[in-house]
Structure formats: C-alpha cells, structure tokens
Ligand binder design. Structure first.
Ligand code: PBG
Length: 342
C-alpha cells in the first residue's frame, strides 16, 4: 500500500536521535541538599531513598558527590539547631544555611541556590510569622493542642511582617555567598522586597529564582519529614495556590515578573505540566520546575515493589518536564539521571 504519511519512517535507530525534540543535560538539573544542624552524622531520609540530611561538616563532601555526577548546581535546605515563633535562625549569621553556604562556596565550584522560607525554622512550621492571636506555639512548642487546632482553622500568616524577615534572610544568604536566592514562602510582594533589599545592600547582580507558582500540594509530604517543616496545625492553603487554579498561577507569575524575578518556578512539576507549558508560552524568562519529594517517593515505592523500572521512569519524568517547557529541573533524581547521561 502507498502511504504518503508513515511517521514510523523517522523512528528507525539511525534517524530517531536526529529528530529528537528534547534533550536532557546535567546542566539543566539542580540537586536538593539537606543540611542539618541537629546532627553530627549523616541521617538517611526513609521516604526519600538515597537522600540524607548531612551535618554542616559534611556539606562540602555531599556537594562534591553531586558534582561528580556532572550536576553543577545544588539548592540548600537547612534544619536549624533550634526553632522559635519567628524562625529567627533563618537569618542568623551563624545559621545552618549561612555556614553551609560559606563552606561550599569556599571549597567547591558548585553553584549554590539557597531556599528562602521559614517553615523549617518556625516552631509552628508555618512559612512566616503568625498573625496576633494565633501565635500558637510558644518558643519550641508544637501547638498541637486543641486550642491550636481551632486557631489553625482561621490561621493566617502575617504577610507583611514576614516580608521584613524575608529581607533579613535574603541579605544574610547573599552575604554568605549564595549565587541565587529562591524564595518559597508564597508571601505577596516577596520578590519586590528581596530585590529592593539586595540592591540596597550592593547585591544588584544576585538573581532571584522565584517559586512563583507554588501549589498547596500533598506531594510535599516526604520533604516535610526530611526538613522537619510540617505545619504543627492547620495547612498552607491560605498562602499557597489552590490546585484547582491555573489562571491564578499566571497572575502570580506576572506579579513576580513585575517585581523582578529572574527565573520562574512551578512546583510541583508532573501534576502541573499545563502550568509549566502556559508560563513557557507567555513569558520569555527561564522556567524552572520542581519535581518534588512526593514525585520522587512514589516512583521509588513502585520500583521497590517491582512495578516500575526506576531508571526508565525517572528519565521519562524529567524528559516530560523539559518537553512541557521547563529549562531547569530541581529534582531528587538529579544525580542518578546525570550519571546515566554520560
Ligand atoms: C518550603 C519548601 C517546601 C518544599 C520546598 N520548599 C515545603 C512546603 O512548602 O511545604 C517542598 C519540596 C519537596 O516536596 O520536594 N516552603
């Protein structure tokens, strides 16, 4: 039969590579690294096989392991030695992220992105200062009592008070040597606050990778174990985006662009590829997608049962995220996939 169109003509072994539309490269990948000031040895994270929390003393060694796979950039998350209602260890000059960043910058060639949020630093686990009346947890408390649960129903993070703490934290991360600041708290106006503060402090060339469209997602579960950042009561639906909304994400992104965001991030990645695609279409900025802890954990769990081929689904996941329009991918698979690429 004479068929004009036979798409499979381009699928032969010698030709398919030539017409392949999407490439994954180690330079597209950013590996999350957890630095924990409460431990003096590496601690495995059970729900994220292959990942650990490392003490500050091991941060350089951990980053070197990442770099050996070909991945050049890490995003650092910190677990502080102590927590309080404001999360003040987030902007301490001798804070866990500041110490780790200084060392990694001094002793490796890695590019360091610092996550800027307070949920790992506040006693109540929310991403900022709580409004008066729902302060909930006293210093070090868990707020898991019944009154706190009631407070959680009406819980609001005080947006503008949190912006002041974001400013302090951004400067302290910049001063420690961060190459990119990545605010993830979803406070309104956070990009403008950081940009203004960094510029005033002489860091006008330091880029901001904004978690611009960050959803209130159940896929963050394993991360919250890893970074000890689960809210002690309530949830984050008053500040993170409703999973039902895509147009709202575009508005969030537009606001961050107006405020000077340099890179636009979507998070999580796989359940939100429509949002990645839409941002790619509408904006010319680099787009990043965060392939989050739950996306990692579910593939591992299925592979452990023998139901999926881990290496293949990890690669396909990252390829899909790029195909949707992401330039950069933050992923716990960074090292494994990078190793496979060469
Ligand atoms: C901090 C933050 C979170 C993640 C990255 N930064 C948790 C959250 O918002 O609850 C999640 C990352 C992951 O699940 O891999 N706000």
């Amino acid at each position: 039969m004479n068929l004009t169109h036979r798409p499979r003509r381009l699928r032969g072994d010698g030709v398919r590579g030539m017409v392949s539309e999407t490439d994954l490269d180690a330079s597209d990948l950013i590996a999350p690294v957890f630095v924990d000031a409460t431990t003096d040895e590496r601690v495995e994270i059970p729900s994220m096989p292959g990942h650990e929390r490392v003490p500050v003393e091991e941060a350089v060694a951990r980053v070197e392991e990442v770099r050996e796979t070909g991945v050049e950039t890490v995003i650092l998350f910190g677990v502080p030695e102590s927590k309080d209602p404001d999360g003040s260890r987030a902007w301490a000059d001798d804070g866990v992220i500041q110490r780790a960043t200084r060392r990694v910058k001094a002793e490796t060639d890695a590019t360091v992105v610092t996550d800027l949020c307070f949920c790992e630093y506040t006693a109540h686990g929310h991403c900022g200062v709580l409004e008066d009346g729902v302060r909930g947890a006293p210093n070090g408390g868990t707020a898991a009592d019944s009154s706190a649960t009631a407070a959680g129903d009406h819980l609001t993070v005080d947006n503008d008070a949190t912006l002041e703490n974001i400013r302090k934290t951004a400067v302290s991360q910049a001063e420690a040597g961060a190459d990119v600041i990545a605010p993830s708290g979803m406070m309104d106006g956070q990009v403008a606050a950081i940009r203004e503060t960094l510029d005033d402090a002489g860091h006008e060339n330091l880029p901001i990778m904004s978690y611009a469209a960050k959803y209130e997602s159940a896929f963050y579960g394993p991360f919250r174990d890893a970074a000890d950042g689960a809210p002690a009561f309530g949830d984050r639906r008053h500040y993170q985006i409703d999973p039902a909304n895509a147009r709202e994400a575009m508005r969030e992104v537009e606001l961050d662009v107006e405020q000077g965001a340099d890179v636009l991030m979507v998070k999580p990645a796989l359940p939100y590829l429509d949002v990645v695609r839409e941002i790619r279409r509408e904006f010319d900025h680099p787009v990043a997608a965060y392939n989050v802890s739950g996306e990692y954990a579910m593939l591992h769990a299925a592979a452990e049962k023998g139901w999926l081929d881990l290496e293949a689904v990890a690669y396909e996941s990252l390829l899909s995220i790029k195909r949707a329009g992401a330039d950069l991918i933050l992923t716990y698979f960074a090292e494994d996939v990078a190793e496979r690429l060469h």
